[in-house]
Design a protein around this ligand. Structure first.
Ligand code: MAN
Ligand code: CA
Ligand code: CA
Length: 250
């Protein structure tokens, strides 16, 4: 080791020892009389700046399947196919028993629905055709305000697609009574005992199941086979050539 190097080492050692010794490191404020020794530690400085971004991570797993998109546009029609083989004459396709049972049930369901639909449509058509009619249940009563004897009256109703009013229950009788009141005229009913004396029937020939006779009626006084509704809604038998208010039912 040469002398110069030795001198540098010794000098460095002296500087280090002086820095490590607190007694050797007294700071004196030359301007003030106050000497500060060993002050308390200062507060931490602000955090340093963000480091550089890390290396790129590994590729993630495949995501979940997305929801189905809307249907696309209809494509152009395809080419016409070849003609199929000629079918066997007189041998229709066969179904097994279970297929037949399903078809039969479906047919019955359709039949029921069709029946209900037809009744519903008929009901609405009746009301639309007869805006001044009175609807009671499935039935509509309607009058043109004309009067007539039994045969004329019944023919007019049939011609219009109905029959003479024939109340079959208290509700229908009440509805008819409203017409009786508004026109202030007795109404001729479709009910009569023309066919068999004493047996009253509806226009279709069925014997009646609901009655609303006035006291002591029917009495066939002098031969009375037709029926009228009186002002109180009760019934009286009267001669069929008598003219009364015509009310039809649909
Ligand atoms: C008149 C007619 C008859 C009826 C009697 C009741 O004679 O209307 O049909 O039975 O009155 O008193
Ligand atoms: Ca009679
Ligand atoms: Ca009578």
């Amino acid at each position: 080791m040469d002398l110069q190097a030795f001198a540098i080492i010794v000098l460095s050692w002296v500087v280090l020892v002086r820095a490590a010794d607190p007694d050797q490191c007294v700071c004196e404020d030359k301007m003030n009389t106050c000497v500060v020794r060993d002050g308390s530690p200062g507060v931490n400085g602000l955090p340093g700046r963000d480091g550089f971004p890390g290396p790129k991570g590994e590729r993630g797993e495949q995501g979940l399947r997305g929801i189905q998109g809307p249907p696309g546009k209809v494509g152009p029609p395809g080419q016409k196919g070849d003609q199929g083989p000629t079918g066997q004459t007189g041998s229709p396709g066969k179904c097994d028993d279970s297929e037949l049972r399903v078809l039969k049930t479906q047919m019955q369901d359709l039949h029921t629905q069709l029946h209900a639909l037809r009744e519903e449509v008929t009901k609405h058509v009746k009301v639309l055709r007869l805006p001044n009619g009175i609807r009671v249940g499935e039935k509509v009563f309607h009058t043109s305000g004309l009067r007539g004897a039994y045969e004329t009256a019944e023919a007019k109703c049939v011609q219009a697609g109905g029959v003479l009013a024939s109340p079959r229950n208290a509700d229908e009788n009440r509805a008819l009574l409203e017409i009786r009141k508004s026109h202030n005229e007795n109404i001729i009913l479709g009910i009569n005992d023309i066919q068999t004396e004493g047996t009253f029937r509806y226009p279709g020939g069925e014997t009646i199941g609901f009655t609303n006779w006035s006291k002591n009626e029917p009495n066939d006084a002098g031969g009375e086979d037709c029926v009228e509704m009186l002002e109180n809604g009760l019934w009286n038998d009267f001669p069929c050539n008598g003219e009364k208010l015509i009310v039809c039912e649909y």
